[in-house]
Design a protein around this ligand. Sequence first.
Ligand code: ADP
Ligand code: ADP
Length: 228
Amino acid sequence: RPVLQVEGVNKIYANGTVALKGADLTIRQGEFVSLLGPSGCGKSTLLRIMAGLGDVTTGTVKFWEQGYDVVGDKGRKLAFVFQNATLMPWARVRKNVRLPLDLEHQSGAETERKIDDALEMVGLKGFDNAFPRELSGGMQMRASIARAMVTEPNLLLMDEPFGALDEMTRNKLNDDVLKLWQKNGWTIVFVTHSVYEAVYLSSRVVVMAARPGRIVDDISIDQPFPRN
Ligand code: ADP
Ligand code: ADP
C-alpha cells in the first residue's frame, strides 16, 4: 500500500533554476527505493520535498498513512538521515538518540527501552555515555540512524547517507542498512549517484536526469544478489 505519493511536482528555485519537472512517484510500504542520477538532477530537492523540508512550486505530496497532505505538516511519521551525522556535539550518544522522544515529551521505562533497542540495533550498545567526537565517522552515522528510527517512523529518507565515509566503512554500513531493512520491513528512500549502490541495495531504482530534473526510469529489482 502507498506510504507517500508525489504528484506532478515542479520545483523552480528563486534564482530560476528548474530543479524538478513533472515528478510523479509513489512509495509503497516496505520498498527500498534508490533515487539515482548525476549531481544536480534534483535528487536532494525531491527527497527534501518528500520530507516536507522544502515547498513545491506546483504539484502535491501526500503522506498516505494518515491520508493527508504532508507539505507543511508536523504530524508526519518520517525520519531523515543526512550525509553528516548532525549529532549535538555537547551531548552524549544516548542523549542524541533520545532527542526525538524528548521532543515528543516521552519519558519512563518504555522510552528507555526504545533507546536501548535503537542503540543495540545499530551496534552501539554500550556507547551510551560516549560523546560524538569519541566515535569514528561510521559510528556517528550509526548513532544518527538510531536517532532516526527510535520513533519508529513509517518512512526513512536518506540523502547520500554514507558519502562522507571511507569506502570500507560505507560498504559495511550499507550492508547493515540492507539487513535492517530485510529484518524489520522498513520503507526507505535512498539518494545516491552510485549505480552500484542503487542496484546492490534497493528493491527499486528510480532514475533521474538533469536539466530540467525529471524521472526518466523506474525499475524494480527482484533480489539481484544472493543475500545473507
Ligand atoms: P542533486 O541532489 O541531484 O545533486 P539538487 O536537488 O541538489 O540535485 O539540485 C538540483 C538543481 O537545483 C541543481 O541545478 C542545483 O544547483 C539547484 N539547486 C539546489 N538547491 C538550490 C537552491 N537552494 N537555490 C537554487 N538552486 C538550487
Ligand atoms: P570485488 O569482488 O572486486 O572485491 P565487489 O564486487 O565486492 O568487488 O564490489 C564492486 C564495487 O562495489 C567496489 O567498488 C566495492 O567497493 C563496491 N561495493 C562492494 N560492496 C558494497 C556495498 N555493500 N555497498 C556499496 N558498494 C559496495
